[in-house]
Write a protein that binds this ligand. Structure first.
Ligand code: DQA
Length: 148
């Protein structure tokens, strides 16, 4: 009973939303993104943060990411968002981050500022609660820690 209330009180419901090509982690440019798949990494962090109800969603489609952000607003306590290439192009995802009530932490695996110039612009950052960039997959973990 005690553990039920303990879980009930502290449990946070977070969702990691990943954008295009992040389904290829582990295979895609491992020199930049590492050799772990996101599924493998997700299992590790799920075990490591038992006080967090952790969910994951990935899409290569801009509108699906916007739909999930709107859904998250009513159904989660916070969002960890790696919009991948859409970070640098999507006014729609930027507007969704601005429109929703829940805090959104923007993350990137690589340090986008020491890569091509087109990766320096983010439509997410102005409305994100915070930004964590360049720590490999650990960027996601740091984002979770910042939210709990
Ligand atoms: C990325 C950086 C983006 O520029 C790139 O398009 C990605 C991944 C990152 O996590 O480092 O797909 O968001």
């Amino acid at each position: 009973m005690r553990s039920f209330f303990y879980t009930f009180i502290i449990m946070k419901k977070l969702i990691i939303i990943n954008g295009p090509n992040l389904n290829l982690l582990g295979k895609r440019e491992p020199n930049i993104y590492g050799s772990l798949t996101f599924t493998e990494f997700f299992e590790i962090i799920r075990v490591k943060y038992p006080s967090v109800e952790l969910h994951h969603f990935q899409s290569n489609i801009e509108g699906e990411i916007i739909d999930k952000l709107q859904y998250a607003s009513a159904n989660f306590d916070a969002v960890v968002l790696n919009a991948a290439a859409y970070t640098h192009t999507s006014v729609g995802i930027g507007d969704a981050v601005k429109a929703i009530e829940v805090p959104v932490v923007e993350v990137h695996i690589s340090n986008t500022f020491n890569r091509e110039e087109f990766r320096h612009k983010s439509f997410i950052s102005p409305n994100a609660k915070g930004i964590i960039i360049g720590f490999g997959l650990q960027s996601y973990e740091l984002a979770i820690q910042s939210l709990i």
